[in-house]
Write a protein that binds this ligand. Structure first.
Ligand SMILES: *Cc1c(COP(=O)(O)O)cnc(C)c1O
Length: 354
């Protein structure tokens, strides 16, 4: 830790870890004992603190509530078979957080400070990292504008916080998705690449309409022509067409640069599975579905790692993705799970031991 940012630690007297019903763990509703708080004012970050998880007081004019200068990250700590706890590629989350900061006109949290604070928090709440297979400790770093002022301008003060949640398996079954041709998640020049609060608020209404039609998630298409596939819900998306994995390239600023998707691509290459990143059209996906050449489709994201897609809706049609054999995605998923569990060599040097 940077010496100007000496960390103070105030631990709780009594842990709540034994109050948790580990067999019925809902996603994101149980919170561990501690959180990190670091404030930005007078043009610099102040000394961070680890303290009891608690409510935050807010002035009604807090800038973030009104104008949305608010960003977050999502990452996980897992327990290996030998009991050790590891983080998966935390440097990538730190870098993406910095990019979100810049896009939203917020001060950057230095990468090493971000990773250090995450590491310290997970170390202190180590007892909260579940042991059951498929379970993990979800980590939520976030930052918001804290000026008490209703003028529209970049805030002068910010709060950076991190809390953690023990979580189970995100999706219990494969999801049904609809290719969305009216609503847009992100447009060129916008903020789609940033993990910023408003993107998720904007997705709720179209997702709700999709839910009413029986879909779990939407497949977002480009905002101009609705001709190119971008993402699936809050995950990146990968298809298997003609025996090859294809996924939308991240060259536009409308696609969130997922760490899971990046890892899936690297693991696929490592395992000798053909994978291409390029523009993916709605038309080719629909044609491949019609002609039986689409053999797999899945979302990739931290919460679920790999979330198989069961059905894809397009206009009035509903296509089924074969549930078997999904050989490539199963191999990739196994590789990633084994890696986190410590059952396979960390050939990419992705794990950080706590
Ligand atoms: C977080 C997120 C993803 C997945 O990113 P990971 O780093 O893999 O968790 C994909 N799309 C959106 C919109 C996201 O917010």
């Amino acid at each position: 830790m940077n010496e100007t940012l000496s960390l103070s630690i105030n631990k709780v007297g009594q842990s709540r870890v034994n109050d948790i019903d580990w067999d019925n763990l809902p996603f994101g509703r149980e919170f561990s004992d501690h959180m990190v708080e670091m404030n930005y004012r007078d043009g610099k970050w102040q000394a961070p603190e680890i303290k009891a998880f608690a409510n935050i007081n807010m002035h009604p004019a807090t800038s973030a509530i009104h104008y949305g200068q608010s960003i977050f990250e999502g990452m996980k700590a897992s327990r290996q078979d030998n009991g050790e706890v590891v983080l998966f590629r935390p440097d990538m989350n730190a870098k993406r957080f910095a990019e979100s900061c810049e896009r939203m006109c917020m001060p950057v949290v230095p990468e090493e400070v971000f990773v250090d604070l995450v590491t310290k928090l997970v170390e202190i709440d180590g007892a909260w990292v579940p042991t059951a297979e498929g379970y993990s400790l979800y980590i939520r770093p976030f930052m918001y504008a804290s000026d008490e002022f209703i003028g529209i301008k970049p805030s002068d003060t910010y709060k950076f916080l991190i809390f953690t949640c023990p979580v189970g398996v995100y999706y219990s079954k494969p999801v049904n998705v609809k290719i969305e041709e009216f609503y847009t998640r992100a447009s060129a020049g916008g903020v789609g690449r940033a993990k910023t609060a408003g993107n998720y608020a904007a997705s709720l209404y179209p997702a709700k309409k999709g839910n009413e039609e029986g879909f779990d998630q939407l497949i977002w298409t480009d905002g101009v022509e609705h001709k190119y596939i971008e993402e699936s819900g809050t995950m990146n998306v990968v298809f298997e067409i003609d025996g090859e994995l294809v996924t939308p390239a991240e060259d536009s600023d409308t696609i969130l640069r997922g760490i899971t998707k990046r890892s899936v691509v690297q693991v696929a290459k490592h395992l000798g599975i053909k994978v291409v990143e390029r523009k993916v059209t709605v038309e080719e996906v629909v044609n491949a579905l019609k002609e039986g050449r689409l053999t797999d489709a899945f979302g990739a994201g931290t919460a679920a790692t790999i979330a198989p897609i069961a059905k894809i809706g397009f206009r009035e049609e509903l296509f089924e993705v074969p549930s078997e054999p999904r050989t490539s995605s199963n191999k990739i998923k196994k590789f990633l799970n084994d890696l986190k569990a410590g059952k396979t060599n960390d050939v990419f040097n992705w794990l950080v031991k706590i």
